[in-house]
Design a protein around this ligand. Sequence first.
Ligand SMILES: NC(=O)C1=CN([C@@H]2O[C@H](COP(=O)(O)OP(=O)(O)OC[C@H]3O[C@@H](n4cnc5c(N)ncnc54)[C@H](OP(=O)(O)O)[C@@H]3O)[C@@H](O)[C@H]2O)C=CC1
Ligand SMILES: O=C(O)CCCC(=O)O
Length: 463
Amino acid sequence: MTEYISVKNPATGELIEEVKTNTNEEVEQAILRSHESFKAWSSVNAHERSRLLQSWSRLIQENKEEIAKVMTLESGKPIKESLGEVDYATSYIDWYAEEAKRLYGRTIPANTETKRIIITRQAVGPVAAITPWNFPAAMMTRKAAPALAAGCTFVVKPAAETPLTTIKLIELAHKAGIPENVVQCVNGSGKTIGDIFTSSPYIRKITFTGSTPVGKSLITKSANTVQHVSMELGGHAPVIVAADADIDFAVTQTIASKFRNAGQTCICANRVLVHESVVDEFSQKLASAVSRLKVGNGLHEDIDVGPVINKNGFNKVVSQLEDAVNKGAEVLAGNEFDANQEKGYFFIHPTVLKDVKEDMNIMQEETFGPVIPITTFTELDEAIKIANSTPFGLASYFFTNDYRTGVYLNENLDFGIVGWNDGAPSAAHAPFGGMKESGIGREGGSEGIEPYLETKYLSIGNL
Ligand SMILES: NC(=O)C1=CN([C@@H]2O[C@H](COP(=O)(O)OP(=O)(O)OC[C@H]3O[C@@H](n4cnc5c(N)ncnc54)[C@H](OP(=O)(O)O)[C@@H]3O)[C@@H](O)[C@H]2O)C=CC1
Ligand SMILES: O=C(O)CCCC(=O)O
């Protein structure tokens, strides 16, 4: 019997579309097609692969408004953010269309006159990707673009909440001339399809963005087939506001970092540590600005913060808030909800908490919602200790105009991404990824294509 995923608008709970799921056999056939088309695709010359990627990017841009609308409908993010995400998604395709032409090898001087040593790079093989709902376009293209540029074939399983954007982008890839078997989309349960991907002898690499527990299980399962893995997992980003920081700037940047996609990003500000001498000024200015943010259906142009994705996401945030307030946190803004379980929409008003302590869950777990917990520190080392005290190591931020403080913080924070007076560090041309349980590997920049390449060492003898 054919099964369907009901894709619903998280701002209203209304059904947008039913998407047919793929049977296990269909997923296996897609993998087989990926395997069978690998040789031909990896043999296409890099300039041609680059041209095809450029055409894909152009077509996406030509359909930008339509894609953004679909993205807002299925993810709930404000339309201005969806339009921005389309640009962000194509920036990865544009970047890797160029990198395709720069997959250089090298030679190594041999220790005898009768040998030559040549190092070349080749595509790792068919790649399987599992992507999340929070960035339905960009998390796919930042995997697909380097994979295709390197000569890999690619099959993606998008999140059940947001398959429509991905389906549309894959259609456009085919329209751009990338062969249908080279880039494919399958739909269904993450667990079932993840198991098929990780046990397949044809898939040579699995790349995932999502929660840390799922990432860990994919790493474990892919060990059986020794697949390459790239994992972009949870974060718990600290923001450190030093005594000398430009407070107004720190407030603006913290808001930009925190409320993008209603706080549902793995790099958003999650714990704000403010020097005790400036905490009152910072908290008051922050709460006042946060109270002015407009919450609502992301299709309306003036909306700053949309709904959270679903009931599970809502319950997690509410339970963190209850725990914090019960343990003595003070609410400076928000802590209000507009949720309708029956209809299926869940809005959380942007919230600021003060007097947050380390034993509160909100300081230990990723929130994935529009809440800013503020705590204080006296010595810089105390802030560093708190910042580094979780298993996560994705993004961190600090605000200071003192170069010694800045260099010291950068050298002592155990995070893959550090924003110094910068709450928005993401860029296609820079390596994005985490330390510790936040992941393995980097996406973006020249580093982002490395995981899709094997190194081959050729030793020519008897010359
Ligand atoms: N790093 C990040 O950007 C993200 C982090 N998260 C974190 O995870 C929390 C929970 O969100 P949630 O959506 O449940 O995240 P998940 O990690 O469960 O989902 C992300 C993707 O993984 C798939 N998936 C789920 N279970 C498995 C599995 N066992 N094997 C393989 N793939 C699987 C999902 O498929 P399916 O649609 O079928 O569930 C989806 O495509 C959030 O609150 C947040 O803290 C979530 C999303 C992104
Ligand atoms: O939340 C994520 O998984 C990725 C954050 C988006 C970005 O800034 O690249």
